[in-house]
Write a protein that binds this ligand. Sequence first.
Ligand code: LLP
Length: 402
Amino acid sequence: MNPPVNPVASAELPGHPFVAYRDDALHVEDVALSALAQTHGTPLFVYSKAAMLSALAAYQRGFAGRDAQICYAMKANSSLGVLQVFAQAGCGFDIVSGGELARVLAAGGDARKIIFSGVGKTRAEMRQALTAGIGCFNVESEAELDVLSGVASAMNLRAPVSIRVNPNVDPKTHPYISTGLKGNKFGVAHEDALRLYQHAASLQGLQVVGIDCHIGSQITESTPYLDAMDRVLDLVAAIEAAGIPLAHIDFGGGLGINYNDDTPPAADDLWRQLLAKLDARGYGGKKLMIEPGRSLVGNAGVCLTEVLYLKPGEQKSFCIIDAAMNDLPRPSLYQAFHAIVPVDLKARQAAEATYDVVGPVCESGDWIGRDRVLQVAAGEHLAVLSAGAYCMSMASNYNTRG
Ligand code: LLP
C-alpha cells in the first residue's frame, strides 16, 4: 500500500467521478455535502445513484450480447435504497443470510435472480430461500449438499445448486479477503469437485444447474481471474464429460476499486479479456453469472463526519471525529486506507498539521486514517471517501453508539 497521502483539494477527485469540489464545496452529484450534514447530522453516509449505475454500466457494456446475469453481492452495502437501485436496474443479488434475503425481497428484488452463497447456511435459511424460490444455492461442502437435499426433499422440492470450487489461485490481495486459496474455509477443493458433482447429481432433492468460484476481494489485476477461469473451465469439461450438464458458470465478484492510487482494470476491460478466453476455450455460449459487490458501490459512497476536537501531542496529534471504528471498520480490521478530505475549503482557517484521525470509541485501534496532513478546526466537516462498500454494512453499535 502506498504511503498515506491526503488528496490535494481540487475539482476532480480521481476515481470518484460523482464526487467533486464546486466553488470550494464538496458535492456528491449536485448536492452540497455541508447542506446534508446540516440537515441530517453526522456521521452520515451519502451515496450517488449515478455512480452506482455508471459502475453497473461498465459490466453491462462488458457483457453486451451475452447471456449474463449480474448478481450484486449485497454484503457490500445492504441499505434498502441501494438495493432498490440495483433491483430496478434488473440486477440479481448474491446473498449470504436469511436477513439479506428478507431485505432483497423488501426492496423489490426478483427471487429467481437470487443466488445464495456462504459456508454456513442453516436449515431455516434453506427453507426460507426454497419458499421464496431463489435461483441457485452456491454450495460449499459435501455436508451442505446432503443437508440441502434433505430439506428440499421434505418440502417436495429440488433445490437448484452450483458447487463453489476453490481454484487455488492467489488473488494478490489482503489475506483476510483472499478466499480462493487452499487453507481458506471457502469452496471445495479442485480435486474433490468432480466427485462432489457426481454425488450432488445422485441426490433426490438437488438439481445441478451450475458451477461457481470466487477468489477474493479488492483484486487489482486481471491475471488471477484469467488463471481461475482456466481452472474452472477444466472442471466444467470434466463434469460435463461425466454426463452432468452445467447451465451456467458463476465467476464470483472481487474486482477492486481505487482507494489510493490503486489501478484495477475497468470492468468492461476485464471482461473483454475473460470473454476472449471463454470463447477460445469453446464456452462462450454458456450463461454467465457474476457477483460483484465493492466495484458497484465502493466509490459511490462517502461518510460525512464532524471534527469534535483537535488534540495536539508531543508524538502524535489527534483529530477526533464523530465517526468511529463502529461506523467505518475497515481501517481497524484491515489497515485499509480511506482518503479523508475537507467538505468546505473556504471555511478552513487553521494551519496545516499531521494528524491521526480517530473516533470516540474506547479502543486504540479506533482510527480512520493515520498521519494525514489536514488543515482543519473543530466544528468543520470531513468526508471519508470510498465508503460505499463494507462500511455501513459492517457497522456495529459498539460502545452503544447510535
Ligand atoms: N461473492 C462471494 C462469494 C463473496 O464472498 C464476496 C465477498 C463477493 C461475491 C463480493 O466481493 P466484492 O466484489 O465485493 O469484492 N469486508 C471486506 C471484504 C469482504 C469480502 C467478502 N466476500 C473489506 O471490507 O474489504
